[in-house]
Design a protein. Structure first.
Length: 307
């Protein structure tokens, strides 16, 4: 009976393997449970186990899976795939008050995704429809905020109604600044493009016939750089559609002298975790924050002064 010794050899080999595996599981388990008893083995095994885990995690991620505690879950669940959504918050104005600085600071927050440039949907491209607008937005994950800034929305008569039609709970951010410095900033921008432009005072002031014994100059409130600084009329339009609690006013001046303070207000209003602080801003600026040179320079100078 030749098969008996052969079977015995094979059986013995199988037993040996099983015993070895049993021993291995025992050691692994004991080490993981009692770290004091087998400290050396524990540490070396732990290293191997964690290496194995991280490699498997990366591999699983490549296949579209993700670890969540002890269970696997599909990464491609609807809320895990970045999707383009209509904005949850808008920077609606005011032109030349620091809107760009505000958006650039907000972009530093990991839970904020903003459209690359001014979209002008509610003033110029409304006829293209909400699908067109959605397509202009960056893909966001669930929990992230989609944003856009177009300062001309502030003065567009139909914008409050249109924004309301998109989402009555949208959050609105308005940067305001001293109307005189705002007008000068506005004029300087135009003058840099048209050097032949008359002097600021010639455009901002008009001679008045209403006088008390002489010719008086009064401010020409119809001149756009001045008119844009009269905040009450557009504000009334926005407040007709949106409650005050949905609008946050940000001081353009304070955004320069204390950006961290204003950004804390903004993050609180948007329901974001406080990430943009004085410390993180300074840290980022020292590293070469991805801000435009103008915004970056003024913020850096301010933060260094405060330090
Ligand atoms: N960090 C920071 N904080 C606040 N404000 C800043 C900051 N950096 C720049 N600025 C000033 O913002 C002014 C431009 O405003 P806007 O970005 O709203 O201009 S625009 O409407 O988008 O063209 C423009 O004002 P003027 O320099 O007076 O023209 C910028 O200097």
């Amino acid at each position: 009976m030749k098969w008996i010794p052969a079977l015995t050899k094979r059986t013995m080999f199988t037993y040996f393997i099983l015993l070895f595996l049993l021993y291995l599981f025992y050691v692994l388990n004991t080490c993981l449970v009692d770290e004091r008893k087998y400290s050396f083995k524990y540490f070396s095994l732990k290293r191997h186990v964690s290496n194995y885990k991280s490699v498997s995690r990366r591999f699983a991620a490549l296949l579209g899976f993700s670890f969540n505690g002890h269970t696997y879950m599909r990464l491609h669940k609807p809320n895990m795939v970045p999707t383009k959504r209509l904005p949850d918050a808008l920077i609606i104005g005011v032109k030349k008050c620091g809107t760009r600085a505000l958006l650039e600071f907000l972009r530093l927050h990991p839970d904020v995704r903003a459209a690359g440039s001014e979209v002008h949907f509610f003033d110029k491209f409304y006829h293209k429809g909400f699908e067109w607008y959605r397509d202009k937005m960056p893909p966001t994950l669930e929990g992230q905020i989609t944003m856009e800034k177009t300062p001309s929305y502030w003065v567009t008569r139909s914008a409050p109604r249109r924004v309301y039609a998109m989402n009555p709970s949208v959050k609105l951010l308005v940067v305001v600044r001293d109307p005189v410095t705002r007008a000068i900033s506005d004029y300087t921008q135009s003058a840099s493009k048209r050097p032949s432009l008359p002097r600021f005072e010639d455009l901002a002031l008009v001679n008045s016939t209403v006088n008390w014994g002489g010719v008086w100059s009064i401010v020409d409130s119809s001149w756009p750089p001045v008119r844009l600084g009269i905040y009450t009329r557009p504000l009334r339009r926005w407040l007709r559609r949106f409650p005050r609690s949905r609008i946050l006013f940000i001081s353009g001046e304070r955004l320069v002298v204390d950006p961290a303070f204003e950004m804390a207000r903004v993050q609180d209003f948007l329901g974001l975790k406080l990430v943009i602080t004085r410390k993180t801003l300074l840290l980022q600026l020292n590293k070469g924050l991805p801000l435009s040179s103008q915004v970056g320079k003024s913020a850096h100078a301010t933060l260094l002064r405060q330090n």
